[in-house]
Each structure stands twice: as structure tokens, then as C-alpha cells.
Design a protein around this ligand. Structure first.
Ligand code: ADP
Ligand code: TRP
Length: 332
């Protein structure tokens, strides 16, 4: 039945649940791949802001709205072709939560208790709300709703994709149907972990980020505080244990990368100079993008128009899936 034969293109589904200011970890770890794949013309891309998921941790309505707008503005400013990609807010398509509810009935508690994210929270002695416990089921609904072929996520999301695959099977077997395709080969192994200014994984919770669209001054301050060893400018430096290099290389072509490695390795290239070069690379990256981002944030109605149009398209597809599901399980 797999219902989507009318479109020959493979389906790409990706959600981003950023809950705060976006940083270069978000960009190089998630957004860039999504944009490149979506713009390639090889897929029908569904890209959404996972605001139902964000609700599991955010209890501030203005912050939730603001971060949804920022993610959308950032995707547009970073070049997502919205004439091709279906960009929307998850909550514009309530069918996601409806499908999650149906799927909840084929998933057991012990199965969800094995989820890494749940176990991490438990280990930290945090009270886990039911939404957070159910996070993998909602994510499975996001993916299965559109019969995704490709879900470009990093390693940290691998288990969630396996859960989506399992849950598709649980559903099909429970109602003896072939509604959901078991998604395969969905992980982009190449997605790297972007280090923060202290060398640990860049993450807003660690306060070690370089912000994508913060002020020039914020970016400068972050770059100048990248942690390094205390080698003098004249000394030779190993690029592979060097945090300034690890961040800078993300912005470079292969040839530029080789040149930067050579400079560190031969000595005579101090960290101060290296940081100035990194800052220049970031400022070059921001050229045009930052102005577009700021303009969109000052005119949120422009963003909302795009999100609404994407939402309408997504909702149409989601409603088709839900019509089939409701019939299969005996709901109206
Ligand atoms: P944070 O760690 O700052 O809270 P989120 O968890 O909101 O970031 O991440 C949103 C997306 O960005 C996820 O897809 C995540 O995999 C990706 N991401 C975040 N930080 C990094 C990083 N340092 N390296 C690679 N990807 C990252
Ligand atoms: N859990 C994902 C993250 O933290 C966000 C997400 C929600 C997602 N639903 C999705 C990603 C569906 C891919 C597909 O990055």
C-alpha cells in the first residue's frame, strides 16, 4: 500500500529542535546537510521545526515562538530553497500528535525505558515528564507520516531512527497492514561533532558556542576565547590537537585546509593570528546571511507566510496518511 507512488522522488524528512540561539554546531551538524540535500533536487524535502518536541523542555510561550522564527529565518538565510523544500512548524500539522497517539498503543513502557535520552535524564536524577518519555514515539510519527527514505541526522539520533523503524513494524503487525515503510539507511555517518570554544562538543547548555547570527562583538569575543595550549607563535603546532584549527577547517575547501595545516605544522603561526583568521572566515560566511536573517526577524510576517505555505502542503500529505491510519485501526 505504501501510498506515495505518485511521487518518484525520494522523501527526505528532517526536524530540528533547537531551543535557543543557533550556533555553528547546529549549522555544521544538522542544518548544512539538510540544506544541501534539500537543494539538490533529488528529494521531496520535508523540513520542520520540532516545536511539539521542544515543549517537553520549554515552558515559555514567547521563547518557543521566538526560537521557531529564528530557526526558520536561519534556514532561509543559509540558503534553503523554499520553492523546493516544504518548511513548516510541526505544530501546524497536528496530525503528528494524532499519529503519535495511535503509535503509543503498540509501544511498551520497557521499550521506551531503554531509550538513551530517557536513561540520561534518569541518571541525572531529573524528573522526566511523559512528553519527554514519549519523545521517540512522536519522532517516529514525524518520520513515518511522510514515508521518509532519508532522515539526515547525526550519530546522536541513531537510536531514534531505529525506534522509528521498529515502531513502523509494530504498527504493521498489530493491524496486519503494510502502511508504513520500514525506513532504512537513514543515517549520515559523515556528520561531525563540532567542538565548542573549550574543545568539548559545542552545545548551548555548555556555554561554549559561537553563535550563528549573534552580534559581531559576540562572535569576536567567542572566537578570541577559543582555548589553546600555550605554545609560542614560533613553535610548531599539531593541527589535530588544536581547537582553532578544528573549528576553522569547517569553513575551508580541501586546498585551503591543506594550506592551513601546513601553516600550523611549520611554526611561525601564532594562536592570536590563527584566531583572527578564523574570525575573518566566520565573518565572510556571515556576509549577506546575517543581513537577510536580521531582515526576516524584523519582518516575521515574511517568515510566517513561508511556514504557512509549507504547513499547508505538509498537512495535506499528513491528512492522507491519517485517513488511511484511522480506517486501518477503526477510528473515524
Ligand atoms: P544543543 O546541543 O546546543 O542543545 P540541540 O540539541 O538543540 O543543540 O541540537 C539541534 C541539532 O543540532 C541536532 O540535530 C544536533 O545533532 C545538532 N548539533 C548540536 N550541536 C552539535 C555539535 N556540536 N556538533 C554536531 N551537531 C550538533
Ligand atoms: N530529535 C531531533 C534532534 O534533536 C529532532 C527531530 C524531531 C527530528 N523529529 C525529527 C529529526 C524527525 C529528524 C526527523 O535533532
Amino acid at each position: 500500500m505504501f501510498g506515495f507512488s505518485s511521487t518518484s522522488k525520494r522523501i527526505l524528512v528532517s526536524g530540528i529542535q533547537a531551543t535557543g540561539k543557533l550556533h555553528f554546531g547546529n549549522y555544521f551538524g544538522a542544518m548544512k546537510q539538510n540544506i544541501d540535500l534539500a537543494n539538490s533536487g533529488e528529494f521531496t524535502p520535508y523540513i520542520f521545526i520540532a516545536d511539539y518536541h521542544a515543549l517537553t523542555t520549554v515552558k515559555d510561550r514567547e521563547a518557543l515562538r521566538q526560537s521557531a522564527l529564528e530557526i526558520a529565518a536561519a534556514y532561509i538565510a543559509c540558503g534553503l530553497d523554499t520553492s523546493r523544500a516544504i518548511l513548516f512548524r510541526q505544530s501546524f500539522v497536528p496530525q503528528h500528535t494524532e499519529l503519535a497517539w495511535v503509535l503509543n498503543n503498540v509501544v511498551t513502557m520497557p521499550y521506551l525505558m531503554r531509550a538513551h535520552a530517557y536513561k540520561d535524564h534518569e541518571a541525572k536524577d531529573k524528573e522526566v515528564n511523559v512528553g519527554l518519555f514519549d519523545y521517540p514515539v512522536l519522532m517516529a510519527a514525524d518520520i513515518l507520516m511522510y514515508q521518509a527514505d532519508v532522515v539526515p541526522v547525526g550519530q546522536d539520533q541513531k537510536q531514534h531512527i531505529e525506534y522509528a523503524r521498529d515502531i513502523a513494524g509494530f504498527y504493521n503487525r498489530a493491524w496486519n497492514v503494510e502502511q508504513f515503510k520500514l525506513p532504512k539507511d537513514l543515517i549520515l555517518e559523515t556528520v561531525a561533532i563540532v567542538p565548542g570554544i573549550d574543545g568539548q562538543k559545542m552545545s548551548k547548555s555548555k556555554g561554549n558556542v559561537i553563535s550563528l547570527f549573534g552580534t559581531d562583538e559576540e562572535v569576536r569575543k567567542a572566537v578570541m576565547s577559543v582555548v589553546t595550549d600555550s605554545k609560542a607563535p614560533s613553535e610548531k603546532k599539531d593541527p589535530d590537537t588544536n581547537n582553532v584549527y578544528a573549528i576553522h577547517k569547517l569553513f575551508l575547501t580541501n586546498a585551503e585546509d591543506a594550506e592551513l595545516r601546513r601553516r600550523f605544522e611549520q611554526g611561525g603561526y601564532g594562536y592570536k593570528e590563527a584566531k583572527e583568521a578564523l574570525l575573518a572566515a566566520i565573518m565572510k560566511w556571515r556576509e549577506g546571511k546575517k543581513a537577510l536573517f536580521d531582515d526576516l526577524m524584523q519582518h516575521p510576517e515574511k517568515i510566517e507566510r513561508i511556514l504557512e505555505e509549507g504547513g499547508r502542503k505538509a498537512r495535506k500529505q499528513a491528512e492522507e496518511t491519517m485517513k488511511a491510519v484511522r480506517t486501518q485501526v477503526g477510528l473515524q
